[in-house]
Each structure stands twice: as structure tokens, then as C-alpha cells.
Design a protein around this ligand. Structure first.
Ligand code: OOG
Ligand code: NI
Length: 463
């Protein structure tokens, strides 16, 4: 009897795909290699000088390699197939980001692994935006739609392999290898624009994002983002090398207990491209789309934590702008109101936690089952029998804060009409995807509850 051939693990496909994409991007964008070298340098230094609480959240076992990338799609059909493509790699749409509140004609979701186990195997995610035709000026909407309907961003072989995966429930090793090579083609850079220069310029005037989405054969990967242990040090190093970075590190300020995500990037490079024209020779031009980014991750915030984050960020933005010199200083001042100890973050329910049993203490204390029953959770934590560790944030910087700031700084928060609009926009993207978007809060809550249940079970406490 021949052995049954097993499907290739989607986590392995994702890992190999990430490596292949990284290699391609480093060749395409040499400055990105420079950024990667600086990351290695900074991580080495940061490891000799570290702080244990931050270490746990940073999860040192997952430092190496890219953590995310981003693409921008033109049509609902492209998004539908992209969802099917990422499913082969064990990635599902998580979180909804409405970027129209930042004046961008797109909305987005993130394809990512969902379970902690899968994230640990390979945490790669792709921030995926979809152009919203209805937000474009009426006079160009039809031409844009027509141009986009003519392109096919996936190779035939890639679509066939996706279909095989769906029908059979997995791919075998040789198919998986083919799939990685074929899928990579979709993310490749094309220096040949598919539109004429004048039309490109017209799009550029409306919004550079539209020009980037519409003018090319496919949705080139526009950045990759590795993780760095000390982003402040990295930022300083890049500036020493005279590489132009974002005006400030985006996200929350530096803290003892890092929260959410802090990011910085180098400015998109001006790259030479050729526009199509009648005689087929092509007209020279340039395009800015591709950059390199760095992230450092902190604790996942609960809904209450997110609200406080938005409030403090708005407070900052009401006093200064991101590119002002005093921005970080004012940000830090505003965020002094965000608790920065594990116990306070827990008591105020601002952060999601993982629970585990401290076996050593448990053995020392010789407590009986009866004793546990009389304890409450707070006490078990105080006694250090149950250990709590902040959960790492696996999603992206919420744009809600900017939206709240823009729409109504005095009242704060979205109006009902705005909230309804958000919901209907999310429905639109879900219809295009063909599946519902997973709410990140649900993932964190379930993981937290599971670890608590397991811990209590070990102590013989039934809940
Ligand atoms: C998406 C940018 C979003 C991030 O790190 O917040 C993103 C884009 O520019 O297409 O990747
Ligand atoms: Ni990014």
C-alpha cells in the first residue's frame, strides 16, 4: 500500500512565499536592503540592553523576517481572487479600515493568520486596500473602471492552483512550490505603465494613490516591513545615514509597556517608468510608490483601551501636527494619562492578557483546592499563582482617531450617521471578498478567555 500523500502546510507556504517576496523586493528596491541591514545592527544592540516586561510583549522568538506588506487593488473581482489566493497560505481577512476618513479613496482589510499557533509559525500579513470608484470624480470613473476591467493580475496557472486548493482542500508539495512562484508574479513591479502619460497626470492630480492603482499591470507590493526591537534607535540611525524618514514615528509614544504598533518608513522612491504611446516606443516618466517600513509591536488594547488611545491621540492632534518638531513631546505628555504598569492596565481592562500558571509558586505555596475556591482572580494574580502577560497586537494602527479628530473634535466619537456609513462600507468590502471580515477584538478576547480557562482548569477551579 502506498503512503497517503499529505497536503503541504499552509503555514509553510506562507513562510516560503514571504521569503520569496522579500528576496524579490530587496533586488527591486536596494534601499530596502539598506534598511534591513540597519535593522540587524539595531536589533543586535538592543538585545544587549533589554527590559524583561517589554521583552515578553515583543516576543523575541519572532523577531526575524518581514512582518507585513501592503498592496492596493482596483476592483472587487481582484479582491475576491486575492482572498482566495491568501486562503491557500492560511490567511483570512481581519479588521476593517476605512481610509476615506483620511481623504483616501480606498478601504482596507488585512489578510493574516488568525491563531497564535499559526502566527508563531509565520506572522506575515498583507494590508490590502480596495479602490472605491464611487469616491472618484464622475468624469474619470468610467475610464478607470474600463482600464481596470481589462487587466488580469493573476496568472492562469495561479488561478488553477487556487481552484485545486479549494476543491481538494489543500495542495501537495510540488503544487505548493508552483503556487508560490505563480503568486509572486502578481506582486512584481512593472516599469511599463498601461496608460498614457496625460491620463496618468490627471489621476495623479486627483490622488497619487489612484495613479498607483490604475496605471500598472498589477498591484506591485508597495512596501515590506520587518520588526525592530528599538525603533527610536533605528530612526536615529537612518537619519544619520541621511535617509529621509517620516517626520515622526507613527503611533503611540515610547513607553515601559509598549502598546499597539509604532512605525516609521523611508519616503517612496522616485522610479523611472515608461508610459504607453501610439508609436509603441514609450515615453519616459517617474512614479513614486515603493518604500520600506519598520514596525515595533506592543500590547493589544481592549475596546476601552482603544477608546483611550483615540482620545489621547486626538488631544495631541488638537495641539500639534505630526510633522511639527514638538509632536513627540506633546504626544508623550498626552499619553502620560495612559496607565503604564501591568497591574493598572489589567485592573482598568485596557489591555488583553494571556493567563498562565506559575508552577514554581504553586508548589511552594502548598495551597489546597479549597483555598483556590475562596480566592478571586485578582488575588490569584496578586499571589503570583496566575501570571498575566500582555498579548501582542497583531493588527494595524487604527485610523479612527484621525477620523474622529476630523469630523468632530469637540464632541469626540463618530455620529450615528457616520457609524452607519462605516458599517455599510464594510458590507461592501465583505460582498467583494465573499466572506465576512473577522473582528480583531473577538480574536484577542477568545484567546484570552481560553488561556484563563486552561489556567483555572489546572488549578481545579470550575467556572
Ligand atoms: C497601506 C498602508 C498601511 C501600515 O503599515 O499601516 C500599512 C498602503 O500604503 O497601501 O501598511
Ligand atoms: Ni505598512
Amino acid at each position: 500500500m502506498s503512503a497517503v500523500q499529505e497536503f503541504y502546510d499552509p503555514n509553510t507556504i506562507r513562510m516560503l512565499f514571504t521569503n520569496a517576496m522579500s528576496e524579490m523586493y530587496r533586488k527591486e528596491v536596494p534601499l530596502y536592503q539598506n534598511l534591513l541591514d540597519t535593522v540587524v545592527e539595531v536589533n543586535k544592540e538592543a538585545l544587549t540592553n533589554r527590559d524583561s516586561i517589554a521583552d515578553e510583549i515583543l516576543d523575541l522568538s519572532r523577531v526575524e523576517g518581514e512582518k507585513h506588506g501592503a498592496i492596493r487593488l482596483g476592483s472587487k473581482n481582484e479582491l475576491y481572487n486575492m482572498r482566495r489566493l491568501f486562503a491557500v497560505m492560511g490567511m483570512q481577512p481581519v479588521g476593517y479600515y476605512d481610509l476615506s476618513i483620511a481623504d483616501l479613496p480606498v478601504h482596507s482589510t488585512v489578510f493574516r493568520p488568525v491563531s497564535r499557533e499559526d502566527l508563531n509559525k509565520s506572522p506575515f500579513r498583507i494590508f490590502t486596500s480596495l479602490l472605491r470608484l464611487e469616491l472618484l470624480p464622475e468624469d474619470i470613473r468610467n475610464s478607470v473602471e474600463e482600464i481596470l476591467s481589462r487587466r488580469q493580475i493573476f496568472t492562469d496557472k495561479c488561478l488553477k492552483l487556487i481552484e485545486t486548493h479549494e476543491k481538494r482542500g489543500g495542495l501537495f508539495e510540488a503544487e505548493a512550490q508552483d503556487f508560490i512562484a505563480e503568486a509572486l508574479e502578481t506582486f512584481r513591479w512593472h516599469n511599463q505603465a498601461t496608460v498614457e502619460k496625460d491620463f496618468y497626470k490627471e489621476l495623479l492630480c486627483i490622488n497619487s494613490l489612484i495613479a498607483d492603482i490604475v496605471s500598472f499591470k498589477g498591484p506591485h507590493i508597495n512596501h515590506l516591513t520587518p520588526r525592530v526591537l528599538d525603533i527610536d534607535l533605528l530612526y536615529a540611525r537612518m537619519q544619520e545615514k541621511n535617509i529621509q524618514m517620516t517626520a515622526t514615528i507613527q503611533g503611540p509614544p515610547k513607553r515601559k509597556i509598549p502598546i499597539l504598533l509604532r512605525q516609521t518608513s523611508f519616503r517612496a522612491l522616485s522610479e523611472e517608468i515608461l508610459f504607453s504611446n501610439q508609436d509603441g516606443k514609450g515615453i519616459q516618466g517617474t512614479h513614486r510608490a515603493r518604500f520600506g517600513e519598520i514596525e515595533t509591536r506592543g500590547a493589544a488594547l481592549t475596546k476601552d483601551g482603544m477608546e483611550l488611545y483615540d482620545k489621547l491621540l486626538n488631544e495631541t492632534l488638537s495641539q500639534t501636527k505630526q510633522d511639527d518638531k514638538n509632536y513627540q513631546e506633546i504626544l508623550e505628555k498626552s499619553f502620560s494619562k495612559f496607565p503604564d504598569t501591568v497591574s493598572e492596565l489589567f485592573d482598568k481592562n485596557l489591555v488583553h492578557f494571556n493567563f498562565s500558571i506559575n508552577e514554581k509558586i504553586l508548589n511552594q505555596k502548598t495551597v489546597t483546592e479549597k483555598d483556590f475556591k475562596e480566592f478571586n482572580l485578582q488575588k490569584l494574580i496578586q499571589e503570583q499563582i496566575i501570571k498575566i502577560t500582555p498579548m501582542t497586537y497583531e493588527d494595524f494602527l487604527p485610523v479612527s482617531a484621525a477620523g474622529i479628530f476630523k469630523s468632530n473634535i469637540v464632541e469626540g466619537g463618530f455620529t450615528k450617521a457616520e457609524a452607519d456609513l462605516q458599517l455599510s462600507n464594510q458590507n461592501d468590502i465583505e460582498t467583494a471578498l465573499g466572506v465576512k471580515i473577522i473582528d480583531p477584538q473577538t480574536i484577542y478576547q477568545e484567546e484570552s478567555q481560553k488561556s484563563l480557562n486552561q489556567s483555572l482548569e489546572k488549578l481545579g477551579i470550575n467556572i
